[in-house]
Design a protein around this ligand. Structure first.
Ligand code: PMM
Length: 264
């Protein structure tokens, strides 16, 4: 299973906000993540934490472009953005993947851009918007609803000309989900893998881990992150998106050695 290392160039991401706002620090961090075992780096300039404020495109561009430029060539780069303008600049600077938490519904130009540039695309599920998503989220059957939503977005994406072989799906852990919803999605990773599309799962340091462990703060959620990544791996996920690459890489390596999973 692959590991996507997170480089958040933001003042307010929920667990590492402000740490890597300076481009040189973000680039150094990216190098460290690659040395620690990241197969890919996900660079983002807009926080999606619950209630986060929207960032103007110019500000997001100024944050991420030097970091993409500085890290391109070190590892494949994913740009975590919902804005076509930001994605376009990041692709020009060397990004090969667009990770859009709105599943291409945030910017009308995004699907065409991704199709035209031939990049990989991550379609993630979110209920509502970051401002409102944690206000009492409800589902009937969360796994089936999230899967069906994602399959609908895949259809839209391929309809816009995106190569189906370049599409990833992500259940969006923490994006409009209660603790029980997140657990059910992790438990149901196989339902997503059965679509035949590669599955990305992003549980790293998220609030549900703190809620399950006596309110543990963001910096003390590594054990829970590892447990969630192993559950995703066992369900057939192809990649996890994490902050703490070295310990997760070690856990996955050991788990794979104990019980080899067929390579995707
Ligand atoms: N989570 C966050 C941001 N981007 N992208 C994908 N595809 N999946 C996720 O779960 C996801 C994401 C929020 O976490 P962060 O603020 O620590 O980056």
């Amino acid at each position: 299973m692959k590991i996507m290392g997170i480089v958040n160039v933001t003042p307010d991401s929920f667990s590492d906000g402000g740490e890597f706002l300076d481009p040189d620090r973000a680039i150094t961090h990216g190098h460290r993540l690659v040395a620690a075992g990241a197969d890919l780096l996900d660079i983002g300039g807009e926080s999606t934490r619950p209630g986060a404020r929207a960032v103007p495109a110019a500000e997001e561009l100024a944050r991420v472009t030097p970091v993409v430029e500085g890290l391109a060539g070190t590892a494949p780069i994913s740009i975590d953005t919902a804005k076509a303008e930001v994605a376009e600049a990041a692709i020009a600077a060397g990004a090969e993947m667009v990770n859009d938490v709105t599943a291409l519904s945030g910017d009308p130009e995004m699907a065409a851009l991704c199709a035209e540039r031939g990049v990989e695309v991550v379609l993630m599920h979110m209920l509502g918007s970051p401002r409102t998503m944690q206000d009492d989220p409800r589902y009937g059957d969360v796994a089936a609803e999230v899967r069906d939503f994602l399959l609908g977005r895949v259809e839209r994406a391929t309809g816009a000309g995106i190569d189906p072989a370049r599409i990833w799906i992500d259940p969006g852990i923490g994006f409009g989900k209660s603790v029980e919803h997140n657990l059910e999605l992790l438990r149901s990773t196989a339902i997503f893998a059965q679509t035949g599309l590669p599955v990305l799962v992003g549980p790293s340091r998220k609030a549900f881990i703190g809620k399950l462990d006596r309110g543990a703060p963001e910096g003390q959620r590594l054990g829970g992150t590892v447990a969630a990544c192993l559950a995703a791996m066992n369900g057939g996920a192809a990649m996890v998106r994490v902050h703490d690459v070295a310990p997760v890489a070690q856990a996955l390596r050991v788990a794979e050695a104990i019980e080899p999973v067929p390579p995707r």
